[in-house]
Design a protein around this ligand. Structure first.
Ligand code: FES
Length: 165
């Protein structure tokens, strides 16, 4: 091969350089958009196994607080996270509510406000929820408390992730 065949002209060099830089910049602009589009799929929040939290026998018709922890696998990172559930019986039904206020995420307590007994109360902005988790109208929360994904096996109650309803 002659030396001439390997020679890159100034015009070719400039055009390759511009293509490279342009491609790099385009990738930099497009990748956040792709990430944003895929975010709901990626945001699944990691895998959570159902964990035993309580037994059916210990429940009453009054919501009781149960604290537990779950292992959350997010991509290649596994962490242990603390959770709380308010669980009670309503006839044959068992209800497990998330304590996270649907206004801005503070923690609600059951029957903690003397002026509004038998309700979940959020001290941050005076939000209130009925026993079944329904938000009380004219208080800041605009949707009900989340309910936990639940399974009952041999009298044991297993909870997963809170589900928006
Ligand atoms: S965070 Fe609960 S009322 Fe605002």
């Amino acid at each position: 091969m002659s030396e001439k065949e390997h020679k890159v002209s100034r015009r070719q060099f400039l055009s390759y350089t511009l293509m490279g830089v342009g491609g790099f910049m385009a990738a930099g602009m497009i990748s956040p958009m792709v990430r944003f589009a895929l975010d709901p799929a990626l945001e699944a929040g990691g895998e959570i196994d159902l964990v035993q939290v309580a037994t059916v026998d210990e429940l009453t018709d009054e919501p009781q607080r149960f604290d537990f922890s779950v292992e959350v696998e997010d991509a290649w990172y596994t962490s242990e996270q603390s959770r709380t559930a308010w669980i009670y019986r309503e006839g044959d039904e068992i209800i497990a509510l998330s304590p996270t206020c649907t206004h801005l995420g503070c923690t609600v307590g059951w029957d903690t406000n003397e002026e509004h007994p038998n309700q979940f109360f959020c001290p941050c902005h005076l939000g209130r929820f009925e026993k079944d988790g329904t938000n009380v109208p004219d208080t800041p929360p605009t949707r009900p408390l989340d309910v936990y994904e639940m399974e009952i096996q041999d009298g044991a109650i297993y909870l997963g992730r809170p589900i928006r309803r």
